[in-house]
Design a protein around this ligand. Structure first.
Ligand code: AGP
Length: 614
């Protein structure tokens, strides 16, 4: 998704913007640009390509600006090109704008502006917005910020914008609706960005601009915040960032993904810290404490999520049903929001989202809330839109996840959701208290087990060499291993571009087995649980058709060792906790295969870290 940065009141705006855009590269993009105020003039440089190319194009531009805006574009309207890159300027060159989101009524607005004789240079909806602002400012004697506000009241869609007014270059106007925007506050300067990663280098004091609000930022003056519809003033609320700069570096790893895979012993421990207290084996999730009884007695829990987070939801379904006896439905947020689902005030809707900004998940939550359901969030980014929208929630505390492919966020989500299921089990006594305590104690052992798995990664390089040129891979599992199979397939396809499908192992005979031949390997997730024997019968069926099989297990017996072409062992643990261990080998497998293929692992083609548009 697009990335926005802006600054005012600094002495080196070019450097601040370029560093900020580099921090946002992980969001995925295809072009980049900056607008800098130099001696009252606004100079724009933008190009298709990477931030490094942009930096080359501005290397002779003075680094003395006090004010500027920058953007990384992930194309929605209009192909990736220099002219479609942001910042965009109005037809009178007064206003410059960067935008993240989609202006849904851009066509009608464009037509109206063209009727006024305005010519557009790009195919983008963002240029329509800045020309609308320009048109309003030209036709009515209002301030720049008022022209922005009036224009936004004519817009339908999602936006996070930063606007530079050449007639008033000592301020930035920012606004957001359904797309995130964070304002960094320091003594004499302001920084604004799509998320906190470009800001943390300069200040830890931030304002999370609320939805449907805008702000005027002028150096050495307090921020002026007001609602977009009625211009109702809103006092600024400054919060402290938990993030630190060091967590945004690769720390010696070749890719952020590998770093984040290896961070999992720590991130899983962090997601449990202070929540599984020693005495009386109590589980304490402060964020939902006031609603836990309502959750424990819920008619059903509906989980809404996308991608990897949806896979974490499938694991949670097993955990909530088996441990707490609560009926659970897991929904793709993108389907749920349009299906006209039956939702009542008896329902509890849990949104799982690493970024807390996924548009479909946020929209599903808005639908649930409007129907009176209790809405709960499980997010990783503090202050994110979903975290702020829900009635309550639990942060996963996995730390910033930079690589587009989610790894530590997934295990942190599963950890927190399992702890949540155990807490609800403690309340409604669905299972015996000593079983809850036993699982709770084994949950605390998981970081150490993950550490053990990560100690021996050499086998993955060898397996990756064997599998790097395959065209199709099947992942299968039963019960709690089914979501792990789905997650493995997603990891492989999104970073190595190898086609991979995850299936419930019981489904093999209903079609997928037709795919088996010597060229299509199958990854079988088969821990020593109640499903193992049935899943291993799948293994025989595959081998009988010359299929090659990689087995991930925590119970490697002789027959398995003889039959599997590749065998990866993980430590044994309670059945409900096995996904936290069996998912580690499939993360490593995807990583090393993609690395063998020389893929752009942290920023795979076409993908974005946070899908803030539909
Ligand atoms: C997972 O590796 C992908 N990056 C993607 O499927 C991701 O999980 C999905 O877009 C949901 O993102 P969220 O957790 O931030 O809502």
């Amino acid at each position: 998704m697009c990335g926005i940065v802006g600054c005012i009141g600094v002495s080196n705006a070019k450097e601040v913007l370029l560093n900020g855009l580099s921090r946002l590269e992980y969001r995925g993009y295809d072009s980049a640009g900056v607008a800098l105020v130099n001696n009252g003039d606004v100079i724009i440089n933008k190009c298709q390509g990477k931030v490094g190319q942009l930096a080359d194009s501005v290397k002779n531009v003075a680094n003395t600006s006090t004010t500027g805006i920058g953007h990384t574009r992930w194309a929605t309207h209009g192909v990736p090109s220099d002219v479609n890159a942001h910042p965009h300027q109005g037809h009178n060159k007064r206003f410059s704008l960067v935008h993240n989101g989609i202006i849904e009524n851009h066509a009608a607005l464009r037509e109206r502006l063209e009727d006024q004789g305005i010519n557009f240079t790009s195919q983008t909806d963002s240029e329509v917005l800045v020309c609308l602002i320009e048109s309003i400012a030209a036709m009515s004697a209002v301030s720049g910020e008022e022209a922005v506000r009036l224009a936004l009241n004519e817009v339908v869609g999602a936006y996070a914008i930063v606007v530079l007014d050449s007639e008033d270059p000592d301020q930035l106007v920012v606004a957001r609706k359904s797309s995130p925007l964070v304002i960094g506050v320091s003594k004499d300067a302001y920084y604004v960005a799509s998320d906190a990663t470009p800001i943390v280098a300069y200040t830890k004091e931030v304002i999370y601009l609320e939805d449907n609000h805008m702000a005027v930022l002028a150096a050495s003056k307090p921020p002026v915040i007001f609602s977009i519809d009625k211009a109702t003033p809103k006092p600024p609320y400054i919060e402290n960032l938990e993030m630190d700069l060091q967590s945004l570096e690769k720390a010696g790893y070749e890719h952020f993904m590998l770093k984040e895979i290896h961070e999992q012993p720590t991130s899983i421990a962090d997601s449990l810290r202070g929540r599984l207290s020693g005495e009386r084996a109590l589980i304490k999730l402060g964020g939902i404490e006031q609603y836990e009884n309502r959750m424990a007695s819920a008619r059903r829990i509906i989980i809404v999520a996308c991608g990897t987070s949806w896979h974490a939801g499938l694991v949670a379904e097993y955990a909530f049903e088996q441990l707490a006896g609560i009926s659970v439905e897991v929904e793709y947020a993108s389907e749920f929001r349009y299906r006209q689902p039956i939702i009542t005030s008896d329902d509890v809707v849990v949104a799982i989202s690493q970024s807390g900004e996924t548009a479909d998940t946020l929209a599903a939550l808005e639908l649930a809330k409007s129907a009176g359901a209790l809405v709960i969030g499980v997010c990783n980014v503090v202050g994110s839109s979903i975290a702020r929208f829900t009635d309550a929630g639990v942060y996963t505390h996995a730390g910033p996840e930079i690589s587009v492919a989610s790894t530590k966020a997934f295990t942190a989500q599963v950890t927190v959701l399992t702890a949540m299921a155990l807490r609800l089990a403690q309340i409604n006594d669905h299972i015996k208290k000593d079983v809850v305590s036993q699982i709770r104690d084994q949950l605390l052992e998981i970081p150490g087990f993950v550490e053990q798995i990560l100690k021996n990664t050499t086998q993955y390089e060898a397996i990756a060499k064997d599998l790097r040129d395959v065209r199709d891979v099947l992942y299968i599992g039963r019960g709690l291993s089914f979501p792990v199979a789905l997650e493995g397939a997603l990891k492989l396809k999104e970073i190595s571009y190898i086609h991979a499908e995850g299936y419930a192992a019981g489904e093999m005979k209903h079609g997928p087995i037709a795919l088996i031949d010597t060229d299509t390997p199958t990854i079988i997730i088969a821990p020593g649980d109640r499903h193992k024997d049935k899943t291993l019968s799948n293994l025989q069926e595959i081998k009988a058709r010359q299929g090659r099989v990689l087995v991930v297990t925590n119970q490697a017996d002789t027959s398995l060792k003889q039959q599997a072409d590749w065998l990866i062992e993980v430590p044994p643990t309670h059945e409900v906790l096995t996904p936290l261990l069996t998912c580690i080998p499939i993360q490593l497998l995807a990583y090393y295969i993609a690395r063998q293929k020389g893929c752009e692992i942290d920023q795979p083609r076409n993908l974005a870290k946070s899908v803030t548009v539909e």
